[in-house]
Design a protein around this ligand. Structure first.
Ligand SMILES: [Fe+2]
Length: 179
């Protein structure tokens, strides 16, 4: 079965078995290397190391879908992570479904509230409107999740790029810790 026959208007079911087809039929592909995440970790990543890739489906209407493949690894003692962002539309939430690997979402509001969720395959995470979100690979294999969000959400990277997240996810004595 091809997941997205015309990539826009055909109903699809994305499963733990067929999700690679989503990747192969995606219309947009973004690669974030260490050089793209300069300043995000406490230590500087190797510039050429691929930290994560995003595969976006070509859709029509109000719902967008993108799959993130976050590579395992650490920079210093800090696990590989996405940049993280607020939505430009503060009424736009987001839903993640985890397909593979072990990881977390860290979230925070502009008022400084923080929260984090652990994600394993089959888990669904709801990110309420107004919460910045970043995903982290705390495992030893690719951490893969599908995000769905309103097409009008927009991405605001600025506040996180300037100040980072309040919480970091690190390995201390072999344990995953949020500090
Ligand atoms: Fe988002």
């Amino acid at each position: 079965m091809i997941i997205m026959p015309d990539k826009k208007t055909w109903p699809v079911s994305i499963t733990p078995d067929n999700y690679p087809e989503f990747i192969s039929t995606s219309s947009e592909h973004l690669t974030r290397k260490g050089s793209d995440l300069a300043g995000y970790f406490e230590e500087e990543p190797e510039p050429d190391t691929v930290i994560y890739e995003v595969f976006e489906a070509e859709t029509v209407g109000h719902i967008k879908m993108a799959m993130t493949v976050l590579k395992p690894g650490k920079v210093g003692n800090e696990f590989h992570m996405t940049k993280g962002h607020f939505h430009e539309d503060d009424k736009a939430g987001e839903v993640y479904v985890c397909f593979k690997g072990q990881g977390m979402i860290v979230m925070q509001t502009k008022e400084g509230q923080t929260d984090e969720l652990r994600l394993t395959p089959g888990a669904l995470a709801y990110i309420p409107p107004g919460w910045a979100h970043r995903t982290i690979n705390t495992g030893t294999e690719d951490f893969i999740m599908l995000a769905t969000y309103p097409e009008t959400a927009g991405h605001d990277y600025g506040p996180i790029q300037e100040k980072g997240f309040i919480k970091r996810v690190v390995e201390i004595n072999g344990q995953v810790q949020v500090v």
